[in-house]
Design a protein around this ligand. Structure first.
Ligand SMILES: CCCCCCCC(=O)SCCNC(=O)CCNC(=O)[C@H](O)C(C)(C)COP(=O)(O)OP(=O)(O)OC[C@H]1O[C@@H](n2cnc3c(N)ncnc32)[C@H](O)[C@@H]1OP(=O)(O)O
Length: 184
């Protein structure tokens, strides 16, 4: 992965263990918001990612590129692929049960991704330092060990819930999180 210093964890930054109450290894991770472009089941043209954590610390998900996700004819749009990376990385930092938002997302595109392809996504945390979480993801074509088409490195910033109240719709978030009071 070609990355900048901004998405490289500083020396000593380590990924914390999942907190008590975090999803157990093997657990499915449901959608955090029905209208989310990445994981929402109610979004008509979204990515509809379905995800799980194999070990309580990383996230795996699949995304099948559809007609609505094209850039060039019959090929996935790069921005859509970046959105898939953003989403799966967001899901992985969600395992730490704190609210984070994307501050910076860097993406390497290694292979074109045709419509109809299922991308196997994986995301993990390389370290946390203060409010900054350093994360990484990859998308492989056709199988979990298929060729890597996309790689991403990200810096997520921890925010307070006021961030969502001030800039978004906290009531809608609360309505979706009655049993899981964490990252919207
Ligand atoms: C399950 C959930 C899945 C969700 C997946 C999808 C996730 C998303 O897409 S979130 C939506 C997209 N992101 C956003 O809307 C965020 C918009 N940006 C913001 O709100 C603000 O800029 C925010 C919150 C990131 C930072 O603002 P603020 O809280 O005032 O902190 P600020 O003091 O500026 O920055 C904190 C630190 O982070 C650093 N930082 C902030 N942004 C960046 C950046 N883009 N690049 C590098 N460093 C950054 C700052 O330099 C600072 O570092 P230091 O402490 O060393 O000085």
């Amino acid at each position: 992965m070609t990355r900048s210093s901004l998405t490289t964890p500083p020396p000593g930054a380590a990924a914390p263990a999942p907190p008590p109450g975090a999803p157990l290894p093997g657990a499915a991770l449901g959608s955090h918001y029905g209208h989310c472009f990445g994981c929402g089941t109610e979004h008509p043209t979204g990515l509809h990612l379905t995800a799980r954590t194999p070990d309580g610390a990383t996230v795996e998900a699949e995304f099948t590129v559809g007609e609505a996700h094209q850039g060039a004819p019959k090929l996935a749009h790069g921005g859509v692929l970046a959105a898939a990376m953003d989403e799966v990385i967001g899901m992985s930092v969600y395992l730490f049960h704190k609210p984070y938002v994307t501050g910076r997302l860097e993406t390497d595109y290694l292979l074109p991704v045709p419509v109809g392809t299922t991308l196997h996504l994986r995301a993990w945390c390389n370290g946390i330092s203060g409010r900054k979480a350093y994360l990484e993801a990859e998308g492989r074509i056709g199988a979990p060990d298929g060729p890597v088409a996309v790689r991403a490195a990200a810096l997520f910033i921890e925010v307070s819930m006021e961030h969502f109240a001030e800039h978004g719709d906290l009531a809608a978030i609360a309505a979706e999180h009655q049993d899981f009071e964490v990252n919207p």
